[in-house]
Design a protein around this ligand. Structure first.
Ligand code: ZN
Ligand code: ZN
Length: 654
């Protein structure tokens, strides 16, 4: 998804390209140059920078494999050493087409075959937009840029893998080879990246999740539908406890909503028809209760539906989508239910269930809600991409005057969580609107956009949070913040979003009675600081290498008596009972293994604290403490150790 988006960047987005993206995109040009030196007939399509590097899509009879990489990389090295300048040439549409017809685009010279994908791309460039070429050595590419100055600015690069991809991501188009690589300013950074990947492999949540029995998948249950084993469930419950305590203190109220709802609700929310592809297909029931809206209401919905650039649907396509709905209705009057893809509409209904006055605001409704999304099976990836997810969701309904304070409080909550999880590096990506696209891509509320964006900006600046502002990437309903965090090994994850919404409350007819006795529509803040359990736990497993802090550890304490003699085992049982009564997840290893074996097993299971008990401990009323990853910490009085454990858990010490 992210990759198809980056294939067609807007001019503004191109100007926003980071130095690293410029460098990587330039490396893609060098890759194409190198491939053409070896296979001059290659036909190139798109070659954008992506999250961790770059790729170039090409059509070529020869199937490129990693065996070809040394040869290609050698040619790339020659080209970067030659330090060719990247030269920008502006051409007319006709000139670009002419070059394409002569096979001169993405090529080292004119060729018998036209540059067919580039021709197609030229034809897709909107009238009036400048068309530019970039030239390095003999290689000329159709490209809007930007690039680095010279090929030697690409400090260090490496090809990584080859995949296949359809032209423009559409399976009706030809299948191309996608050659991936990455590039950095220098070799030190390149090496650090691959070291990080090695470490990430060791910390892979799928591998550790299996070894530590945290979660599993089963074909009979279905792909992308995780089953949480007892130890993984502990992680979930601890996170929920943290969220519930934090939200309660911040004045949130908890609600519970069902996992499905009628079609009508999703038509009102706008999920249908725009989001239909990402939702599970409907469950069709006979229409016993006249659940379908009448034609007049449906026509009204159609009239009110957001069009234009929303999710890339033009008016004609929106009409066609609604035609399909009409056909379904005509074929069989039915009551259709959908699994919920988002919690918001349910929460809006709760807001609307009771008459609200300004005294009720801000109203903060929270739920760890389970949502279902129909991700393509090829996109599923362990816990990172799933079809059922439990979200740390809440919706804050407030007045414009309350907005800034509420937004600030949400930010403070993020910071509190970052501290608990020892996240040192994080950034907020603040996506705003483009005034030129009001009424199409963005809900037509020019003043509210400016006002809320200004308030969000103020909060971000005041809180000192590192943030970047990205124009023209806001949601249809309001400005949006994506929270990016870096794990302990320096890998980036997007875990949470935070969104302002000034359109949907109106679609749902949500109102409150204000001081002056008029009805007003509240603003809504969507926020999910801990994201979904699935994604957040995948992140935490990598971040901690599954060596969770005591409060979060599936097994917090294991008691290891040295021997099986009764008084010693009784002493162990007594300590276990004391700890469990205080809510500590304490286990007892009463097997006949020797102490070395017991310690080894506990270490392998990543048990946080081991309490080793020998006869001397029994006599002294002491325990010998051993902490995973820290080794033996020596013997201390039992009461002191227990009190310490309880305090560390209560304070959620890192
Ligand atoms: Zn380019
Ligand atoms: Zn929401």
């Amino acid at each position: 998804m992210a990759e198809t988006q980056s294939e067609r960047k807007t001019l503004e987005q191109r100007q926003q390209m980071t130095d690293l993206e410029r460098l990587r995109h330039s490396a893609a040009h060098v890759l194409a140059t190198a491939i053409l030196e070896i296979w001059p007939q290659a036909q190139f399509a798109a070659g954008p920078p992506v999250e961790n590097g770059f790729y170039y899509d090409l059509d070529l009879d020869h199937r490129i494999t990693p065996d070809d990489f040394p040869k290609i990389e050698e040619a790339m090295k020659r080209i970067t050493k030659a330090n060719q300048p990247f030269e920008r040439i502006v051409v007319s549409r006709e000139e670009a087409l002419e070059l394409g017809r002569k096979g001169r685009l993405s090529a080292l010279s004119e060729r018998p075959e036209p540059s067919r994908f580039k021709l197609d791309i030229v034809e897709g460039i909107p009238e009036g937009e400048e068309i530019s070429l970039y030239k390095n050595g003999e290689f000329i590419d159709l490209c809007a840029g930007p690039h680095v100055m010279r090929t030697r600015n690409i400090g260090a690069f490496k090809l990584t893998h080859v995949a296949s991809a359809y032209y423009k991501g559409d399976e009706r188009n030809p299948q191309l080879q996608r050659v991936y690589g990455t590039a950095f300013k220098n070799k030190t950074e390149l090496d650090a990246y691959f070291t990080m990947l090695e470490e990430a492999k060791k910390r892979d949540h799928r591998k550790l999740g299996k070894e530590l029995e945290l979660f599993t998948f089963d074909d009979d249950v279905g792909p992308g539908l995780p089953l949480w084993l007892p130890r993984g469930t502990v992680l979930i419950e601890e996170l929920e406890r943290l969220a519930k305590e934090t939200e309660f203190a911040a004045g949130y109220e908890r609600v519970r909503t069902p996992h499905l709802a009628r079609e009508n609700m999703y038509l009102t929310s706008g999920h249908l028809p725009y989001y239909a592809d990402s939702m599970f297909p409907p469950m069709v029931l006979p229409d016993e209760h006249g659940a379908q809206r009448d034609e007049k209401e449906r026509n009204q919905l159609r009239e009110d539906a957001p069009k234009g650039e929303v999710a890339g649907y033009d008016d004609a396509q929106v009409d066609r989508l609604f035609e399909e709905v009409e056909k379904l209705i005509a074929a069989r009057p039915a009551d259709r239910y959908y699994l919920k893809a988002m919690n918001c509409p349910h929460h809006h209904k709760i807001f609307g269930a009771v008459p609200r006055s300004y005294r009720d605001l801000p109203l903060r409704l929270a739920e760890y809600g389970t949502c279902y999304r129909y991700e393509q099976s090829g996109e599923l990836l362990g816990l990172m991409r799933v079809r059922s997810m439990q979200m740390n969701d809440a919706h804050i309904y407030c007045t414009e005057e309350q907005f800034e304070e509420e937004f600030n409080a949400v930010n403070a909550m993020y910071l509190k969580y970052f501290k608990i999880f020892g996240l040192e590096k994080y950034r907020m990506r603040f996506s705003t609107h483009d005034p030129a696209k009001l009424g199409q891509k963005y809900v037509n509320e020019p003043e509210l956009w400016l006002k809320t964006e200004e308030m969000v900006r103020r909060v971000l600046i005041r809180s000192g949070i590192d943030y970047v502002e990205v124009p023209d990437e806001g949601a249809f309903y309001g400005p949006k913040i994506d929270v990016q965090v870096w794990s302990a090994i320096g890998r980036e994850f997007t875990i949470a979003t935070n969104q302002v919404d000034f359109a949907v409350p109106r679609r749902f007819g949500l109102v409150y009675r204000d001081r002056d006795n008029t009805e007003k529509t509240p603003l809504c803040i969507h926020r999910a600081p801990l994201g979904t359990h699935e994604r957040f736990i995948a992140f935490l497993i990598e971040h901690y290498a599954a060596n969770f802090p005591l409060w979060l550890s599936p097994v917090q304490v294991r008691i290891l008596p040295i021997g099986t003699e009764e008084p010693l085992v009784d002493y162990a049982k007594e300590i276990q009972a004391e700890l469990r009564a205080a809510g500590v997840r304490a286990e007892l290893d009463a097997t006949s293994d020797n102490i070395k074996g017991k310690v080894l097993h506990a270490e392998q299971a990543k048990v946080h604290t081991m309490l080793v008990l020998g006869h001397r401990d029994l006599e002294a009323g002491a325990v010998s403490v051993r902490v995973h990853g820290k080794g033996n910490l020596g013997a201390r009085p039992r009461g002191e150790v227990v009190a310490d454990l309880l305090a560390a858990i209560r304070e959620r010490r890192p």
